[in-house]
Ligand binder design. Sequence first.
Ligand SMILES: [Zn+2]
Length: 154
Amino acid sequence: MTSAPDRATAQQDDDEALEVVHLDDLRGLGVRARRAFPAGGIVHRFAGVVSEYICQHSLQVDASRHISGTRYIGYLSHGCAPNARLDMSAFTVVALRDIAPDDIVTIDYAGTEHRLHRQFACRCQASTCRGWIVGSAEHPNDEGLGWLAARDAN
Ligand SMILES: [Zn+2]
């Protein structure tokens, strides 16, 4: 990408505090903390390209805009009991609880996304796991309805 007139922010500080890692074949890529962050602390300030387009690694900024081309946040894993959240007004990742070195940083995708690029079955293992993950303004698709029916039949 060569043009940068719509760069979201100029600064990405402390970039080495995070690392994109391959979690496993089911979950794909994720983001690992390389140092500790206290609850409430800023884990990362991000920048990227803000546009109206949704793609696999974009995240929703507001009602009509999405940020893509980010170094880390497009690779954050979903968790139903996440250890971080995105602040889309400050463009920061904020720790919701203490994060230790080597912890995988997770966010609740429904915290920002009205509609997901792709709905999916969650494997976060939280006691509060919702099972089938959708955006905050959508319902499970046919695959999700089938998945939920099969889960609830057991
Ligand atoms: Zn879950």
